[in-house]
Design a binder for this molecule. Structure first.
Ligand code: ADP
Length: 542
């Protein structure tokens, strides 16, 4: 027997429709690429998104066509996001930090018809324009006054593109499984692969993201997603904020500690989210300047493991609650969030900190399990570690254009490529990427744990651990460090610092200093490149 409830397709345009009637006057603030500040309301955003949908329709964009953006977090980017998806086309957010050849590959693979770009990226696009074979028109996200001279095909300013439209447009209704957005994973191995989000998956992800123990945003909040829209949908924040009526603040191209601090103080930001490297810059700025962040209630840290020292600094020194989150582009991206439970919140501080260093508990809708090499499920005892697998309504079932073939097992589980433990309270901890784990004498050493312990040293700016060939143990850890302010702590001192923080047999066999550790376009340490750099390295314990 079927239920007798209404069929109300889960379409992202419904978020804007809701925002328009429920909190039309709530502000959206942007530090613009043009260098000034822009303010308006969700009411105006909804109106301009409909203008975008009208302009695209007039242009000849059809349902299912891909319209790309190469842009920072701004109000125009959000308008485009809703306008494109709302009319039934696909909003393809491209990460500008990718290599130019990867951008070419992605735009061609997606068969993008229009590319909307910030002024910042016009010179980059001019260099690769001839290789972008499917793009008919470039929309430059500015007004005519700031429009640069450009050789880009059919270049038009965004404001001119939408200017003639009235905004009188009814969002169409269609199947909630229709594609809404496209985002390519950085693809550390092989070509980047497209994750094709649907309206339904985005809406369910939004409902789950707003829950108190997930992102926990409300109409009381002022939210600054530093994480870019091109990095896994800015973790769903530009959907969650208009959904609940939180004020949204967009930093445009600015990510430095000083600007972020000013924005936090000026706009009284209560909640913000980004990868650890961003928070490192902010914490450094706060320490150097002696400034505070009193309005800040919560910071969400994800994308890479948040070091213990970072969580401790936010919570103890600045009174900001840390929410350690884990996810992937393939997961829209939220998988788990580190909110404590009634029981665990009563633990002593050090034990609570231990739990906060874990990547959190699974969100309803993101089922998780760990398995051994033979796909047998491992116990949730906090000790057994294995391949982390997930399934749920906002997790990819295949990549765009079936790239990479079948990606689910027979029971529908997706292998995240991460290695993790899950404890009896449901807290999951990533110990490594399966390809980065160090295999020493048949046991696994977590490179993440070692790195996090090392950056706890005040004179260490960044740390990476890779496995180096060893004739007896197969692999042993090499600790690669970037010194803070040029102060290189001697090897013995580093090892002493780590002693007691990790198992004795995990202690690195050697410590080397580099000027810079290579990063991927989403801010992760590029282990492959580092392994290549040290491929002939001979450990002193050899
Ligand atoms: P990319 O496109 O670079 O793969 P993703 O954001 O999709 O970008 O990367 C997902 C991966 O990032 C995860 O599988 C995991 O390895 C890592 N990751 C994300 N969040 C965390 C976290 N909190 N701690 C440790 N690793 C994380």
């Amino acid at each position: 027997m079927l239920g007798l409830m209404q069929d109300w397709p889960l379409l992202v345009s419904k978020i804007l429709l809701h925002a328009e009637v429920a909190h039309s006057d709530v502000e959206v603030v942007t530090l613009r690429v043009e260098g000034d500040e822009h303010r308006y309301t969700y009411g105006e955003m909804a109106h301009r998104s409909r203008q975008v949908a009208q302009a695209l329709t007039r242009y000849g964009i059809n349902r299912g066509d891909r319209v790309a953006t190469l842009a920072w977090n701004t109000y125009r980017h959000v308008e485009l996001w809703y306008g494109i998806a709302g009319m039934g086309a696909v909003a393809h957010t491209i990460n500008p930090r990718l290599f130019p050849e990867q951008i070419v590959y992605i735009a061609n693979h997606a068969q993008d018809r229009i590319l909307c770009t910030d002024i910042t990226f016009v010179p980059l696009l001019e260099k690769i324009k001839d290789a972008l074979t499917t793009i008919e028109t470039f929309v430059v996200m500015t007004d005519d006054e700031h429009m640069p001279e450009t050789s880009l095909k059919n270049a038009v300013s965004y404001e001119t593109f939408i200017a003639g439209e009235s905004g009188a447009f009814d969002w169409p209704e269609f199947d909630e499984n229709t594609a809404a957005g496209l985002c390519y994973t950085s693809g550390t191995t092989g070509n980047p692969k497209g994750v094709l989000y649907s309206h339904r998956s985005n809406m369910l992800h939004t409902f789950a993201g707003c829950l108190t123990d997930t992102l926990g945003v409300s109409a009381f909040d002022v939210v600054l997603p530093v994480v870019p829209m091109f990095h896994a949908n800015a973790w769903g924040i530009p959907y969650a904020t208009p959904a609940v009526g939180a004020k949204l603040v967009m930093g445009g191209p600015n990510h430095d500690g000083k600007t972020l601090h000013k924005l936090i103080v000026d706009e009284q930001i209560s909640m913000t989210a980004a990868v650890p490297t961003v928070w490192l810059m902010l914490l450094n700025y706060l320490r150097e300047s002696g400034e505070k962040v009193e309005s800040l209630r919560k910071v969400v840290i994800g994308g890479s493991a948040a070091p213990r020292s970072m969580i401790e600094a936010f919570e103890k020194d600045f009174g900001v609650e840390v929410s350690h989150a884990w996810g992937m582009t393939e997961m829209s991206p939220l998988g788990s969030v580190g909110a404590l439970t009634g029981k665990t919140s009563k633990l002593p501080w050090e034990q609570r900190l231990d739990l906060k260093c874990k990547q959190g508990r699974g969100v309803l809708g993101a089922e998780m399990k760990i398995t051994d090499e033979e796909n047998n499920e491992l116990p949730r005892d906090g000790v057994a570690y294995g391949h982390l697998k997930v399934r749920g309504p906002w997790i990819a079932k295949e990549y765009f254009r079936h790239e990479g073939g079948d990606i689910l097992d027979e029971e529908g589980w997706f292998d995240t490529g991460d290695v993790a433990t899950i404890d009896p309270d449901g807290f999951m901890q990533i110990t490594d990427r399966s390809k980065d784990v160090i295999k020493s004498g048949g046991e696994w050493i977590s490179s993440i744990d070692l790195e996090n312990a090392a950056v706890g040293h005040p004179d260490v700016a960044e740390a990476a651990v890779i496995g180096i060939f060893h004739p007896k143990w197969d692999e042993r850890p090499l600790l690669v460090l970037v010194a803070q302010n040029g102060k290189e702590v001697p090897k013995d001192e580093v090892i002493e610092f780590l002693r007691g923080k990790v198992a004795k047999w995990w202690l690195p066999d050697d410590v080397v200093y580099v000027d810079k550790i290579p990063h991927t376009a989403t801010g992760k340490i590029q282990k492959m490149e580092l392994r290549q750099q040290f491929k002939d390295y001979k450990l002193p314990t050899y």
